[in-house]
Design a protein. Structure first.
Length: 117
């Protein structure tokens, strides 16, 4: 029990420090958006299309990558496949990205980058 409490305390401290850093001038944050692709059929938005959504809204993309959300999906054709676009943007533009349907990558702790298809 003591180990769990220690872990939670350390996690809370590190999370708080991260929040302070993301508000500093010039700071950047990672955001993601599901591509909308499905198993067996692919489809969905390309990384470039999602990047263009951000750029069209005046949100500079510092870096971008393909990824998966880290969730477990049943192997069923037509079901979600967990593919996401990952974007590093200026922290000052986070609210604008959220309005476009992008979300903080920190909300997907098991997400990982993968090679784009």
């Amino acid at each position: 029990m003591r180990t769990i409490l220690t872990f939670l305390l350390v996690f809370a401290i590190l999370t708080a420090c991260g929040a302070v850093e993301s508000k500093s001038p010039g700071a950047s944050v990672s955001f993601y958006k599901p591509s909308g692709s499905v198993q067996c059929m692919g489809g969905g938005q390309s990384l470039q299309a999602m990047e263009r959504q951000l750029a069209d809204a005046g949100i500079p993309v510092l870096t971008s990558a393909c990824g998966v959300d880290g969730k477990v999906y049943a192997a069923v054709c037509g079901a979600a496949d967990g593919r996401i676009g990952i974007f590093v943007i200026p922290a000052a533009r986070a609210q604008a990205a959220t309005a476009l349907g992008f979300a903080p990558l920190s909300s997907l702790p098991a997400a990982t980058e993968v090679v784009c298809h």
